[in-house]
Design a protein around this ligand. Sequence first.
Ligand code: HEC
Length: 269
Amino acid sequence: MRVIQDTVRAGAGLLLGVLFLTACEGDISRVPPVHLNQNMDQQARYDPQEPNPFFEDGRAMRLDVPGTVARGELNADPHYYTGKVAGAFAKTLPDQVKLTIDLLERGRERFDIYCATCHDRTGNGKGLITARGLKWGFVPPPSFHLKRIKQLPLGQLFDIASNGVRTMPGYRAQIPVADRWAIVSYLRALQVARTAPLDAVPVGQRADLKPTEMPVEPPTPADSKAAPGADAKAAPGADAKVPAPAEPKATAAEAKPSSAAAKPEGGNK
Ligand code: HEC
């Protein structure tokens, strides 16, 4: 009897040892590994956006205490963070951003990553996504070399890169503030380069210049007014081609969060 027990124990020990040895890293398994010593590897915690009945508003993620600002998130400089000075789009770079060749190089790199997909690397609005999306009803972006776009203040270009415009999405979540300023500086350089005088190009590089197309300007309301009998149709026609940026309209009801709606249901655990 003893001998049998000993043999079984030895056999079990050997089997365990073999199991340990064969459980090498690198083997792929869909089964969670045996995890004998838990330490603090797994803990009770809340996932992002998960409800938590402990708080009155039912959210696990807490908002900033009213009237406070987290360190590094003051963003008190509207010129730098919104492109606006006293509520109007700024025409200049903010003080933090210095116009250097490095800024433009960085801008070119980021523009080619984030904007050229739709706007093309030349800014003509004929990027790959545009070319392929047209048959699915994708709104083609305007050429950056149109008079109307060249007149947009730098701060407005920054705002468009941040928040988007009409059917274009904003890129504030993907592109840091400093890079958005680099991108719009480069965008401006692209525009200037298109109509720069020949003298501005170093003599040695003039032979490399290639002819380029200028975009067809859309008719302005003034143009169509000049045509006889076009008065009535002029305004809507021009609007359709160059729609005014739609400002989001917050109604009073949307602006005020209802305190009743924020209360969790039966949250007395
Ligand atoms: C997914 C495609 C796409 C990407 C990427 C994109 N845009 Fe656009 N952009 C558009 C479209 C489409 C329009 C035209 C929107 C409309 O008129 O509805 C537009 C319009 C614009 C305009 C002109 C706004 C006006 O007043 O007509 C500017 C300036 C602009 N984009 C800048 C940028 C910059 C800078 C980037 C990179 C950060 C960028 N875009 C990335 C699609 C894109």
